[in-house]
Write a protein that binds this ligand. Structure first.
Ligand code: NAX
Ligand code: ADP
Ligand code: MG
Length: 286
C-alpha cells in the first residue's frame, strides 16, 4: 500500500489559464437531500463550489431549495421530481454526485437507477452515503451501467453493506478482491482512509478525530467532484482531493477541538492557492 504524498497537490492544482471561463472548469450535478438530510446536500454543494467547479447544479427535494440557495448562492437548484430538467442537466455533466442525504425511499432508488442508466462513459459518478446503501441492497435491480468511471466513497459500515465484508475483516486483501468484483474505485473512509483503484492501493497519512462530525464525508464527496470537474480524470486528482480534505482539517484542528465541515469548506480556496503550481507537472497514476 502506497502513502499519498504531499506533492500530489502541486501536481494537480494548476494555475488557471487567463483565457478561461466557468465553462472551462466543468459542470457538476449533485443529487441528494431528502426532507431529513437537507444539510448533507448543502455541505456537498458548498464543497463542490468552493473547490472550484465551474458550474454546479443541486438536485434535491423542493423543501431544501431555500436553504441551499441561502448557503450556496453559486449553485443552481432543481426539483428532483422534475425528470425533464434533471435529464437535461445530467446530459451536460462532467461529474455527478449521488447520495449525500439521499435517503432510502423508493424515489431515491428510482433516482439512482435513472442516473446509472443514463451515465456516459466520459462522466465521473461519485456514489456516496445513502446511494451506497441503496446500491448494496438492490444491486440486482439496477440497470446495466459502466463501473470503471464510478467512485464509491463508503465509510466502514457502508463498505460492509456494499462488499459483504464485516468491519473487523476489512483487510487490504479482501477489500481489493471486492474492488475487483465491483470494477469501481473505492475510497474507504476511516481514520486512515484507503483508496482502491484498478491497479493500486493508497493510504491517506492525514486526518484527525476532530473530523468525526456529521457532514464531513458529504464535504469530501463535494471536494472530489470539484476536483474532477476541473482537473484531469486521473487517479492523482482523487488522491489530491482526499489529501487536501484532511490537510485542511489537520490545520484547523491545531487550534480547534472539532472541525466543522462548514468551517473546512471556507478554507478550501485558500488551501488550493497555497499549492497552486505554475508548471505542467501532472503525471498519470492509474
Ligand atoms: N446534516 C445532514 O443532513 C447529514 C446527513 N447525513 C446523511 O445521512 C445518511 C445516512 O448516513 P450515515 O453515515 O449517518 O448512516 P449509516 O447508517 O450509513 O452509518 C452510520 C453508522 O455507521 C457506523 N460506523 C462504523 N464505522 C464507521 C466509520 N468509519 N465512519 C462512520 N460511521 C461508521 C456509525 O457508528 C453509525 O452507527 C447519508 O445519506 C448521509 O449523507 C450524514 O452525512 C450526517 C449529516
Ligand atoms: N478519527 C478520524 N480520523 C480521521 N478522519 C476521520 C476520523 N473520523 C472521521 N474522519 C473522516 O471524516 C469523514 C466522515 O465521512 P462520513 O462518515 O461519510 O460522514 P458524513 O456521512 O456524516 O458526511 C471521512 O472522510 C473520514 O475519513
Ligand atoms: Mg457519509
Amino acid at each position: 500500500m502506497k502513502l499519498i504524498y504531499a506533492e500530489v497537490l502541486t501536481q494537480t492544482i494548476q494555475k488557471r489559464p487567463e483565457h478561461s471561463h466557468k465553462g472551462s472548469y466543468g459542470q457538476v450535478v449533485i443529487i441528494g437531500g431528502n426532507k431529513q438530510y437537507g444539510g448533507a446536500i448543502q455541505l456537498c454543494s458548498a464543497a463542490t463550489v468552493y473547490s472550484g467547479a465551474g458550474l454546479t447544479t443541486t438536485v434535491t427535494d423542493v423543501q431544501n431549495h431555500a436553504a441551499v440557495h441561502a448557503m450556496v448562492p453559486e449553485t443552481m437548484v432543481l426539483d428532483w421530481n422534475d425528470t425533464k430538467a434533471v435529464t437535461n442537466q445530467l446530459k451536460k455533466a462532467t461529474v455527478i454526485v449521488i447520495g449525500p442525504g439521499l435517503g432510502l425511499e423508493q424515489g431515491a432508488f428510482s433516482l439512482l437507477s435513472f442516473v446509472l442508466e443514463h451515465l456516459q462513459t466520459k462522466q465521473i459518478c461519485i456514489i456516496d452515503g445513502s446511494a451506497i446503501t441503496l446500491y448494496a441492497e438492490h444491486k440486482e435491480h439496477l440497470p446495466p451501467h459502466p463501473t470503471q468511471n464510478l467512485i464509491f466513497t463508503p465509510h466502514e459500515m457502508e463498505w460492509q453493506r456494499l462488499s459483504g465484508i464485516t468491519i473487523a475483516e476489512q483487510t487490504p486483501e479482501k477489500n481489493r478482491q471486492a474492488q475487483q468484483q465491483l470494477g469501481a474505485q473505492i475510497v474507504l473512509k476511516k481514520h486512515r482512509t484507503e483508496i482502491y483503484t484498478a491497479k493500486q492501493t493508497w493510504k491517506n497519512p492525514l486526518g484527525t478525530p476532530a473530523m468525526a462530525t456529521g457532514g464531513m464525508g458529504d464535504t469530501l464527496a463535494g471536494m472530489i467532484a470539484g476536483f474532477y470537474a476541473q482537473f484531469p480524470h486521473h487517479t492523482q486528482t482523487l488522491l489530491a482531493a482526499v489529501y487536501l480534505h484532511s490537510f485542511i482539517a489537520e490545520k484547523i484542528a491545531q487550534t480547534h477541538y472539532v472541525v466543522l465541515p462548514s468551517t473546512l469548506i471556507k478554507e478550501i480556496p485558500l488551501a488550493m492557492k497555497l499549492f497552486e503550481s505554475f508548471q505542467e507537472t501532472r503525471t498519470s497514476l492509474h
